[in-house]
Design a protein around this ligand. Structure first.
Ligand SMILES: [Fe+2]
Length: 336
């Protein structure tokens, strides 16, 4: 029995008892009514054939400007109407220059006061983008101890979810910024990549992907390895590709998710095992190139992605700032 129906029924019974002058116990049948919180939660009705669902949004923090608000509103609407377990941020969380501290007002103006829908109060798993490296990246880690929903335990970290039949899904949330050699000489990035020991992170990732028994292994980093956007041959794209492609190939990783390019893309090279998705248009958009052989979808449109997976299949949908589904694809487990 749903809560509203139960309350109405109980009140009606009590009123009838009072009116008739009979003790309440003479009217109710004596059976115990048990209400589970799941029964009264409308989200419990949002179930489909998939076991795990998440949104992915990137490149967003602009105090609500340049369509950040519109994308946030559609994220809230979508997550209210569809099953959703958490939200991934693919980096560049705060423009133009990250946050100065865990008390920076940008937390309010670019995050808390923008992603306000109740359906977005679930866990967020963020990573760091290059713009986040222009101030104190560790402030975004420290904010995790203030916020209930912001979950960033370190600059890189992992999270494993169990779905049906104890099947595991592994997420490796990595920090691509220290993997770019040019950043160490850069006046803005340099002070914050200094001492980051990229070889240590790579060894951690290699061991994590090697030892995990997860059915799905998903790597999330800010910089893409390939792109149909303006940075196709940029130094950062090439640097991250050089370091990560051998690892993704070695461990047969099916999915690499990034941001950085301000568009939505689905890329797949014939000779690579991994599909690459770019969700980086949480506010601003930049142009995309048409006709690249490895691009299955590219759109210079504000929006976010929605992932649904079970042990056999993974569905990806791109939703724009007006709530339109502009792309949908399904990947099968074990087939590139
Ligand atoms: Fe970026």
């Amino acid at each position: 029995m749903k809560r509203r129906a139960f309350v109405i029924s109980t009140l009606g019974t009590a009123m009838a008892s009072r009116l008739s002058g009979l003790p309440l116990g003479n009217i109710v049948d004596g059976s115990t009514t048990r209400i589970e919180s799941e029964d009264i939660n409308s989200r419990a009705l949002l179930r489909d054939e998939y076991d795990l669902h998440f949104l992915a949004v990137g490149d967003w923090g602009r105090n609500g400007a340049d369509h950040q608000i519109q994308v946030a509103q559609q994220m809230g609407k979508w997550a209210s109407e569809h099953p959703n377990d958490f939200i991934i941020s693919t980096g560049d969380n705060f423009y133009p220059s990250g946050v100065a501290s865990e008390h920076d007002p940008l937390w309010h103006y670019s995050f808390e006061n923008v992603y306000t829908d109740f359906s977005l109060q679930w866990d967020w798993y963020p990573i760091l983008g290059n713009h986040d490296y222009k101030s104190d990246p560790d402030a975004q880690i420290r904010y995790s101890s203030i916020s209930r929903r912001w979950k960033m335990p370190a600059r890189y970290y992992s999270k494993t979810f169990k779905i049906k039949d104890d099947v595991e899904v592994l997420f490796a949330f990595i920090d691509t910024n220290p993997l770019i050699p040019e950043f160490y000489q850069n006046s803005e990035y340099g002070p914050h990549v200094s001492g980051q020991q990229p070889e240590k992170q790579i060894a951690w990732l290699d061991e994590l992907l090697q030892s995990s028994k997860a059915k799905w292994k998903i790597v999330v980093g800010h910089h893409p390895l390939y792109t149909a956007g303006p940075r196709t041959e940029n130094y950062d794209t090439l640097a991250v590709r050089k370091v990560l492609q051998p690892l993704l190939t070695k461990h047969r990783i099916p999915l690499y998710l990034s941001g950085h390019e301000h568009s939505m893309q689905h890329l797949k090279m014939d000779n690579n095992c991994f599909h690459q998705f770019i969700s980086g248009s949480g506010s601003e958009v930049t142009p995309v190139k048409k006709g690249l052989s490895y691009s299955r979808f590219e759109a210079s449109i504000y929006g976010f992605m929605y992932f649904s997976l079970n042990q056999d299949r993974l569905q990806v949908q791109c939703i724009d700032h007006q709530g339109n589904v502009i792309y949908r694809t399904i990947l099968s487990s074990g087939t590139p």
